[in-house]
Design a protein around this ligand. Structure first.
Ligand code: ZN
Length: 153
């Protein structure tokens, strides 16, 4: 497959994706905060440096960008060029995500993964997500994953 843009432009486009990838995270933080949850951010000394840590609830929340974490969803599409490079890089990210999950679960942390596709687009059900997260945080479940609706490609 031939890319429609030159490598330089492509690289600039990809780095843009990386920088906007924190927007869903900010959104989740605001939703939690409004519900009265207090948390710490990007805790460096924990496996995977979780985006949001709620020590009181023994819970961490990861907000995953669908591209960087290789989500099986419509937001994930390999760039037209250097596909091997991206495939390998994203494969490593996924492998790392699995390891981090195992380490945190083994040390008694509860984990929620919120995928970017759950909070993006017109189908995003933010009140629903807020409620689900809140219920999970106050409960005892060890793992929660929130993703967007499946869309036909
Ligand atoms: Zn996704």
């Amino acid at each position: 497959m031939v890319d429609i843009v030159d490598p330089k432009t492509r690289s600039r486009m990809m780095s843009k994706i990386r920088s906007t990838h924190t927007r869903p995270e900010i959104l989740i933080r605001q939703l939690l905060h409004r519900q009265g949850f207090r948390f710490r951010l990007h805790v460096q000394n924990m496996a995977g440096k979780p985006d949001i840590v709620l020590p009181r609830y023994r819970a961490v929340i990861f907000v995953h960008g669908c591209f960087w974490h290789g989500h099986d969803c419509p937001l994930f599409r390999l760039p037209g060029t250097r596909q091997d490079f991206w495939q390998e890089k994203i494969g490593r990210n996924r492998e790392n995500d699995r390891k981090v999950l195992a380490i945190l679960l083994a040390s008694g942390w509860r984990i929620a993964v919120v995928w970017e596709c759950a909070v993006r687009g017109k189908h995003a059900d933010l009140p629903g997500i807020t409620q689900e997260l809140g219920t999970w945080l106050r409960g005892t479940g060890s793992y929660l994953e929130l993703r967007g609706p499946p869309v036909s490609r």
